[in-house]
Ligand binder design. Structure first.
Ligand code: AMP
Ligand code: GLY
Length: 435
């Protein structure tokens, strides 16, 4: 198959790498890719959100499949434009990507579909928003409606903080159009978990559970990031719970979207908050009365969850993606390998704030069956691979159990270095705390 992967991060490296693992050999392209992706794909000088350039390339090259990694191209209609040429795309049309692009739209769909989620209201007027705060208690969550590069969610511990967040978005215009509408949302207690569902418009296959680590420092301290590590499976959602999540959360959304004329083909990523007695009582149950509530939906694979989940998939990955894009997912032969994966992000000093780029990365070596290195923000500069982003690399350890997987990841990291490199040392701590 001739396949184009759109994007340039660790997620896209994992997608391209997993396609290259298929028994059938593919011709893989990436736009724009990075220094690591270049080892498994031909990188094109086209930006991920440059729809006209991507259309020109696709018209000339006629790929069998395009896989869209990041949300930005989905939200602006990359899939719609390529579909018009008759090209199969794994990644929803713009109307479906609104599940991620507009938190208000996602809430409307969830409410209509009866999917459990935090109680929320939307406001465009700061005074009205502030007047609504007392009904939510503390903490309370303030969210920008639109895409804000992961920075549009504030978990406010005090009324002052909540009011400041409302003012930043509605008065100070901090997130531009993305923050012109805000949601006030009930704080959900519990442990988070990510579920990636492959969807073909009318059916879904759930991939194994994983858990992200959003805060920058050990012990879940410091500001939120794009994600500092992940592992799969996450014991907070054991595989026996997946059918229930499919039935109560994923399928109702897929069906509700179809009712609205939206044929959703791609990943539907459910960020869940789990508050069951098995996962330790974290606090009161949500107003929905459900032990599992949706925190957010994304319209794409998670990053770094993908780097932990994809190495666990057997069968033809390309066929599964193509079948989802063609509306016939049930014909795929994806299987889950009986192993555990743990991914640790190597980041640039200063991330998620400002950081320097261009630091030479030393100690890279070939992957083996214990560890795989996915590049996130890297660039080839003559003979060197140098840093080119805040998240630089995802190192995934594979093992028969979680301890082995984590040890394998950290062992591989021990040989890698670049100026300012840091990483979390406690990936998977929640799973270990359960014993
Ligand atoms: P989101 O971009 O909606 O996933 O929010 C980013 C992060 O904020 C989530 O991963 C949670 O850790 C936290 N968060 C968002 N909404 C809530 C909520 N209603 N209750 C508790 N934490 C939340
Ligand atoms: N790791 C969180 C995300 O991909 O949105």
């Amino acid at each position: 198959m001739k396949i184009l992967v759109i994007g340039s991060g660790g997620r896209e490296h994992a997608i391209a790498w997993r396609l290259a693992q298929d028994e059938e050999k593919h011709q893989i392209f990436a736009a724009p890719g990075n220094a690591g992706i270049a080892s498994v794909a031909k990188c094109l000088d086209i930006k991920a959100d440059d729809v006209p350039a991507m259309v020109r390339w696709a018209e000339a090259e006629k790929p069998d499949l395009v896989v869209v990694g990041p949300e930005a191209p989905l939200v602006i209609g990359m899939t719609d434009a390529l579909n018009k040429l008759g090209i199969k795309v794994f990644g929803p049309v713009a109307a479906g990507a609104k599940m991620e692009g507009s938190k208000r739209f996602a809430k409307e769909v969830m409410d209509a579909a009866g999917v459990p989620t935090g109680k929320a209201e939307t406001f465009t007027d700061a005074a009205k928003a502030k007047a609504a705060l007392p009904a939510y208690g503390l903490p309370v969550v303030i969210k920008a409606d639109g895409l804000a590069a992961g920075k549009g969610v504030i978990v406010a511990e005090s009324v002052e903080q909540a009011e400041a967040a409302i003012d930043d978005m509605l008065v100070g215009n901090k997130f531009g159009a993305a923050g012109a509408e805000v949601l006030i949302e009930e704080f959900l207690h519990g442990e988070e978990c990510s579920i990636l569902a492959m969807v073909d418009g009318k059916d879904a296959v759930l991939l194994p559970s994983s858990q992200d680590h959003k805060r920058v420092f050990d012990g879940d301290k410091g500001p939120n990031t794009g994600g500092m590590g992940a592992y799969s499976p996450a014991p907070v959602i054991t595989s026996d719970k997946l059918p229930m999540i499919k039935e109560k959360i994923i399928m109702p959304v897929v069906n509700e979207l179809r009712k609205r004329g939206i044929d959703y083909r791609g990943i539907l990523y459910a960020g869940l908050m789990v508050n069951t007695s098995e996962s330790n009582p974290h606090g009161p149950l949500a107003k929905s009365g459900s032990e599992i509530n949706v925190v957010e939906f994304n319209a794409r694979f998670g990053d770094p969850e993908t780097e932990a989940v994809l190495p666990r998939l057997g069968g033809s990955f390309a066929k599964a993606l193509l079948n989802a894009a063609s509306g016939c997912l049930s014909e795929s032969d994806i299987v889950i390998r009986d192993c555990t994966a743990a991914t640790v992000i190597l980041a640039s000093g200063g991330y998620p704030g400002s950081y320097e780029k261009g630091k030479v990365i030393a100690g890279l070596k070939a992957d083996d069956d214990k560890a795989i290195v996915f590049h996130c923000g890297t660039k080839q500069v003559s003979e060197d691979i140098v840093t080119a982003g805040g998240r630089v690399m995802s190192v995934t350890g594979i093992g028969g159990n979680l301890r082995e997987a984590v040890d394998n990841a950290y062992q591989r990291i021990a040989s890698i270095s670049f100026d300012g490199m840091f990483y979390r040392k406690d990936i998977a701590h929640r799973a270990f705390e359960r014993g």
